[in-house]
Design a protein around this ligand. Structure first.
Ligand SMILES: [Zn+2]
Length: 303
């Protein structure tokens, strides 16, 4: 069983497959954060995620929240190709079901749902901020529900459910996955996109360990408040099957919301650190295939 520590609120078992066979890496000297790695399913997670609290949970802050700016930042970049691909795949996998409808969790300004509607889906979605609900209505005439999934009490209601980079943001992943399962009709499909553990992350974590926490640039950026779990295909299958989903397909994709050149530059390793790891990483970034940094995941609720 996980053994709670007296000095920190770190998780000590894998949040995806629940194994206790995990390793804690040395803390980043810059942020103090530690990464937990699961030896069974390969998940990497920020061990002290529970210490993080959102500004958005501050009621006074919520009143002055710049929702429009938030939406722009959240969906920056060319996501349209990914949206088209996901909608096409959902339509194919759900072929034969009448009057398909789709629910987008954390629907932002409703742009994706507008596209889904143009592709023949009946649409619904939720957001946590009244500003987003108003924006979706004014921009795309999309009606979003205000609130968290449990408050909305939508059971067996949708053929498809989508989550674009929501899973790795929430603290209680298990509750979210349960809520998604309930919302789907039997035989319905969930699609989600979430950050993936890559070869670059592996080398960066090795460098952090080898430098006793001094080389932290990549790890600090990749395992952070807004994506506290980096999944592998195996960890995603373990997580979703544990909640009743079947036919889980997790497909690695090279998809960058920033231009990939900007992103890779931002991950550049300082010279002279952690050879030969640094050399291998530089080579991988400069000459290798672009790391497939997200997982596209499809999973079915059994009939
Ligand atoms: Zn695991």
């Amino acid at each position: 069983m996980p053994s709670p520590t007296t000095d920190s609120p770190s998780i000590r078992s894998c949040p995806a497959c629940l194994s206790d066979d995990v390793v804690l890496y040395p803390p980043s000297r810059k942020t103090g954060r530690r990464v937990l790695g699961c030896r069974v399913c390969g998940l990497r997670a920020w061990a002290e995620r529970s210490t993080y609290s959102h500004d958005m949970e501050d009621p006074a802050g919520a009143l002055t929240f710049d929702y429009e700016g938030y939406v722009q930042a959240k969906r920056e970049g060319a996501m349209e190709d990914a949206w088209d691909d996901a909608l096409a795949m959902l339509a194919e996998l759900l072929a034969g079901r009448p009057d398909l409808n789709l629910f987008d969790v954390g629907a932002g300004d409703g742009k994706f749902l507008d596209l889904a509607r143009k592709n023949g889906f009946g649409v619904g979605g939720n957001e946590l901020h009244a500003g987003a609900v108003e924006l979706a209505k004014s921009r795309y005439d999309v009606d979003l529900l205000l609130g968290e999934l449990p408050e909305l009490a939508l059971e067996n209601a949708y053929d498809a459910l989508t989550m674009w980079c929501v899973l790795a943001h929430v603290e209680d992943v298990d509750s979210l996955v349960d809520d998604c399962f309930k919302l789907l009709k039997p035989g319905g499909l969930m699609y989600l996109q979430t950050p993936r553990w890559t070869v670059v992350d592996r080398m960066a974590l090795a460098a952090l360990k080898g430098s006793s926490g001094r080389f932290t640039r990549i790890v600090d950026r990749r395992v952070a408040e807004h994506h506290w779990q980096l999944h592998t295909t195996r960890s995603m299958v373990a997580l979703l099957e544990r909640h009743g989903f079947r036919d889980v397909k997790a497909i690695p994709k090279a998809r960058y919301s920033l231009k990939s050149s900007m992103y890779l530059n931002s991950l550049g390793m300082p010279a002279g650190i952690a050879r030969p790891t640094g050399f291998a990483m530089d080579t991988a970034i400069k000459h290798g295939p672009v790391p497939r940094i997200v997982l596209d995941v499809f999973a079915r609720k059994p009939e």
